[in-house]
Design a binder for this molecule. Structure first.
Ligand code: SAM
Length: 210
């Protein structure tokens, strides 16, 4: 089962697509993010956070509430997504969350955000044009002992062949298998990582420690 990437980065540059994503994410947010949030809670990382590919920023606000001392910069390549995230940002979180346009694959667009103790990204890995470059860029922005936490779908055969062209199934076909992630990480030279499978097994997380 070959990787099939049908929706490219530009898909989220469109205002209607960005709004549709916001509405879907709002309805599905509990199931979509629950494993990531509970695992992040246990890790209890202090300091500065960077959220990469934040989309309309729903998760950013939940993370900020769950970690009341964290300062978060959240970036996205799509200006439309950043506009939605800024509009939706609660007043009481404005001192701790900043939304910025930036491309994970272009270090010049993100390096001025500084260094971070935690860099996390949900459901974006399969959208990155060049995953190896993005991971290298993000790794270079970690403080010593910092964590890069990537949470995404996994390309599993029992969903790959379902005859549906919905966003979810297209994303499954575009997602990486764990052996492909390992191959990407080998090319970066990064050694200190763990890939975890997440029940119900079409999701996975990659934890990279500097
Ligand atoms: C499926 S959405 C996920 C949004 C959010 N992280 C979530 O979990 O709901 C993918 C997002 O990644 C963004 N994206 C894609 N490539 C990117 C890149 N190279 N750098 C930053 N953001 C990117 C898209 O614009 C889009 O908002």
């Amino acid at each position: 089962m070959k990787r099939i990437v049908e929706s490219h980065q530009e898909y989220f540059f469109d205002k209607e697509n960005a709004n549709e994503y916001l509405n879907n994410a709002k309805n599905a947010s509990k199931a979509r993010y629950s494993n990531f949030l509970s695992s992040l809670k246990k890790l209890d990382i202090k300091g500065r956070y960077l959220e990469v590919g934040c989309g309309p920023g729903i998760l950013t606000q939940v993370v900020a509430m769950q970690h009341p001392k964290a300062e978060i910069i959240a970036n996205d390549i799509s200006p439309e997504m950043i506009k939605l995230a800024q509009q939706d940002l609660a007043d009481n979180l404005k001192t701790r969350i900043k939304y910025e346009i930036g491309d994970a694959c272009d270090i010049n667009s993100i390096k001025d955000f500084g260094k971070f103790d935690l860099i996390y990204s949900t459901f974006t890995l399969h959208h990155w044009d060049n995953a190896e470059l993005a991971i290298k860029n993000l790794y270079s922005m970690l403080n010593n002992n910092g964590l890069l936490y990537i949470h995404d779908l996994k390309r599993v055969f029992w969903l790959y062949y379902v005859k549906s062209e919905s966003g979810f199934f297209n994303s499954i076909r575009a997602a990486y298998r764990p052996d492909e992630i390992k191959a990407i990480l080998n090319k970066t030279g990064i050694k200190n990582y763990k890939i975890n499978s997440i029940f119900p097994f079409f999701m996975q997380s990659v934890l990279i420690r500097k």
